[in-house]
Design a binder for this molecule. Structure first.
Ligand SMILES: [Zn+2]
Length: 285
């Protein structure tokens, strides 16, 4: 691929490298230091496989991370394991994985395949956001075939609104999240358009180790080759962004507007490591 087609293939996106000191988190905290990131997933596997590398990278840089799972994903059980027991296996795997990555694990008790989108679940996630106080939230994109993923997207959308609403009285004060991203998930691929690429090389191996606690990652519960897919995806996203391994994220469409004092700001702030220049939402000044 020549330089022109390379640039076209990633047109509109931003590549972020911790090494270069250019990071999405610096846009999210007032002093430019790594902040708090919260991943909110329908099932623990979604959290680790699609958001875990971002949490690990954030923590490696000195920030903190939490994974909120709305269910245990127990109905993904193979035929020879009862769903309840498989749910406990999923909980144990998540505890081990999050301990390894130094991520705080939070569970809500909704049944897999029946995660409700209602006031109760939305307020429960609102309360978790107010308690953890993240700068950045990552969750499912809406373009999913899976009803739990769709409901998680809607729950988080409204929970973010509730969390920041000063006049909504809960046990903890209001908290506004600075930035929302959607994760690159094979089940949420409809109209998923990544615009931010994060260099995960520093924590890539540790993230793979964390994922390996899950039987489904190792292909022991179904047909889908999670290990092959997500490790190959990180290589492919790395190829597109000029990193060895990368995670691609999609900004919330409502947060894509850039504010520039001059076009030169945009050119000087965003550079690919491969020498390409990019434009995008992180060009805010
Ligand atoms: Zn899922």
């Amino acid at each position: 691929m020549n330089r022109r087609s390379f640039a076209q293939s990633i047109g509109g996106a931003v590549a972020l490298s911790a090494v270069a000191g250019s990071s999405v988190w610096s846009e999210s905290t007032s002093d430019g230091t790594p902040g708090r990131v919260m991943a909110i997933a329908a099932h623990p596997g979604d959290g680790l496989f699609t958001m875990g590398a971002v949490l690990a990278q954030q923590i490696e840089r000195g920030g903190t991370g939490a994974l909120l799972s709305l269910s245990l994903g127990e109905r993904g059980a193979p035929k020879d394991i009862p769903a309840q027991r498989y749910g406990e296996m999923q909980r144990t795997a998540t505890e081990k994985a999050t301990q390894l990555l130094k991520v705080e694990a939070i569970f809500l008790p909704y049944p897999d395949a029946e995660i409700p989108f209602n006031e109760e679940s939305t307020l429960a996630v609102c309360d978790a956001i107010r308690q953890y106080k993240p700068d950045v939230v990552i969750t499912h994109w809406s373009g999913s075939w899976h009803k739990d993923h769709q409901n998680c997207h809607l729950i988080v959308r409204d929970a973010l609104f509730y969390a920041g609403l000063e006049t909504l009285e809960r046990s903890r004060p209001a908290h506004s999240v600075s930035k929302v991203f959607y994760a690159d998930n094979w089940e949420d691929a409809d109209n998923f358009v990544p615009d931010t690429y994060l260099d995960i090389e520093a924590t890539y191996e540790k993230w793979l180790q964390a994922c390996d606690f899950y039987p489904m990652w190792r292909g022991q519960t179904g047909f889908f080759r999670y290990n092959d897919y997500y490790s190959a995806l990180s290589t492919m996203r790395g190829c597109l962004s000029g990193f060895k391994h990368a995670v691609a994220l999609m900004s919330d469409p409502g947060q894509r507007t850039g504010r520039l004092r001059s076009l030169w700001d945009l050119l000087s702030k965003n550079r690919f490591t491969a020498g390409q220049r990019a434009v995008g939402p992180e060009s805010v000044s």
